[in-house]
Design a protein around this ligand. Structure first.
Ligand code: NDP
Ligand code: PYC
Length: 338
C-alpha cells in the first residue's frame, strides 16, 4: 500500500471536521461528530468509521437531521437529566451533558442521561469510555431501525440495538465492551456488500426466512439476534428502556419515520452512570480492586478482554497513523471537494 495512504489521526480529524462544517454543522457539532467517526477508524472499527460519513451526509441532504441543532439540557437537579438533541446528531448532545451526568452520578451514586430526538449513527463505546475515564461505571444503549427478527420469528421488528458497558481501571484503559444485539452490526453487512464478499452463516435470513450469506438478501430480509433468545431478550430490553420508557421512537417507528432509502435512524438514547465507590461504601471493600482481581484472572487464562484489540489498534494509529485503502482515501477526498 502506498505511503500517502497513511494519515495522522490529527490530519484525519481536521479533514472530517471540515467536511461536516461544509455540510452545515457548527464547529462544536462538527467536532463531536468527527471525533466519533475518526475514533472508529483509528481503532479499526470500520463499521462506524469513515464509512459513516456518506450516510451522515445523506441524512443531512434528505433534511432528516438538523445539523445546526444546539442541544438543550433540562436539569431539575435529580438523578435523571435530559438533553434534547432537537433532531440533531446524538454526539453533540452527549458531550454537552457528559460533565453534568458524571457530577450527578458522583453526587447521588447513580444518574441517567436521556438523550431525546437525536439522529444516531455512531458506535457507543465512546460514551462509556469517557465516563469510565472519570472513575464511573457506565451503560449506554439505544434502539436503531427495525431490521432484526426476534428469536423464533422471521419478520424484522427489533433494531440492531447496541449496548455498551464501561468499567474504570487503574492505568490507561478501562474495561469496555460495545456491541450490536444482532449477530453483527448492519454496517458490517453493508461493508460485505460493498466488498462483494458473502456474510458468515448465521447472521441473517432472506425475505422468505431462509438462511442466507448474500449481503443483499440479508439487507432486504431480516438480521438475527446474537445468542438466539438471549440476544433477542436483551434487544427487547433496549427497545423498552431506551425507546418505550423514554417516550422516544422504538426501532419500528424510527424506520417508519425515516422511510426507505437507507437513512440513519432517529430516536432517543439512554446513558447510565454509576459511582462504584458509592455502591460499595458500607462493604468496606474496594470495588475497583475487586474488579481488577476478576479482570486479571480472565487475562491469566489467556482470554482477551473486549476492547483489547481496539486499544492496540489505537496505539498503532496514534504512533504510526491510520492506514486507508485507495478507495477510502479517494472517497474522503471526494467529500472534501464537495
Ligand atoms: P463486534 O462484534 O465487532 O465487537 C463487539 C465487542 O466485543 C467489542 O467490544 C469487541 O472488542 C469485543 N470482542 C470481539 N471479539 C472478542 C473476543 N474474541 N474476545 C473478547 N472480546 C471480543 O461489534 P458489533 O459488530 O456488534 O458492533 C460494532 C459497533 O456497531 C459497536 O460499536 C456498536 O455500538 C455499533 N452499533 C451502533 C448502532 C447504532 O444504532 N448506533 C447499532 C448497532 C451497532 P474489540 O473492539 O477490542 O474487538
Ligand atoms: O450498524 O446496525 C448498525 C447501525 C445502525 C445505526 C447505526 N449503526
Amino acid at each position: 500500500m502506498a505511503d500517502q495512504n497513511i494519515l495522522s489521526v490529527e490530519d484525519l480529524m481536521s479533514r472530517v471536521r471540515a467536511i461536516f462544517e461544509t455540510a452545515g454543522l457548527p464547529p462544536e457539532n462538527a467536532r463531536a461528530v468527527a471525533h466519533v467517526i475518526v475514533a472508529g477508524e483509528r481503532d479499526n472499527c470500520k463499521s462506524h468509521g469513515l464509512y459513516r460519513i456518506e450516510g451522515c451526509l445523506r441524512v443531512i441532504a434528505a433534511g432528516k437531521v438538523a445539523p445546526d441543532a444546539v442541544p438543550q439540557i433540562h436539569d431539575a437537579g435529580r438523578a435523571v437529566i435530559e438533553v434534547d438533541a432537537g433532531g440533531g446528531f446524538s454526539n453533540p448532545a452527549f458531550y454537552a451533558a457528559k460533565d453534568l451526568l458524571a457530577a450527578r452520578a458522583r453526587e447521588m451514586g447513580l444518574a441517567a442521561l436521556v438523550i431525546r430526538d437525536c439522529l444516531h449513527f455512531s458506535a457507543l463505546w465512546h460514551d462509556v469510555e469517557a465516563l469510565a475515564g472519570e472513575g464511573l461505571a457506565a451503560l449506554s444503549m439505544c434502539p436503531s431501525y427495525a431490521f432484526v427478527a426476534p428469536a423464533g420469528g422471521k419478520e424484522p421488528l427489533l433494531g440492531t440495538n447496541p449496548i455498551a458497558f464501561g468499567w474504570p481501571r487503574p492505568g490507561s484503559h478501562p474495561y469496555v465492551f460495545d456491541f450490536a444485539t444482532s449477530v453483527a452490526a448492519r454496517g458490517e453487512i453493508e461493508l460485505h456488500r460493498r466488498a462483494g464478499t458473502p456474510i458468515p452463516e448465521g447472521w441473517a435470513v432472506d425475505h422468505e426466512g431462509q438462511p442466507t450469506t448474500d449481503p443483499d438478501a440479508a439487507l432486504s430480509g431480516a438480521m438475527l439476534t446474537f445468542g438466539a433468545h438471549k440476544g433477542s431478550a436483551i434487544s427487547t430490553m433496549v427497545e423498552l428502556l431506551a425507546g418505550a420508557m423514554l417516550g422516544e421512537f422504538m426501532s419500528k417507528e424510527a424506520l417508519e419515520f425515516m422511510g426507505p432509502g437507507g437513512l440513519l435512524p432517529r430516536h432517543g438514547a439512554l446513558v447510565l452512570a454509576l459511582d462504584p465507590q458509592s455502591f460499595a461504601r458500607r462493604s468496606g471493600r474496594d470495588p475497583i480492586a475487586e474488579g481488577e482481581r476478576l479482570l486479571s484472572a480472565i487475562g491469566a487464562q489467556g482470554a482477551r478482554l473486549p476492547s483489547e484489540r481496539r486499544f492496540a489498534a489505537r496505539d498503532r494509529a496514534l504512533a504510526g497513523g491510520v492506514v486507508l485503502s485507495d478507495a477510502e482515501l479517494a472517497q474522503l477526498e471526494r467529500f472534501q471537494a464537495q
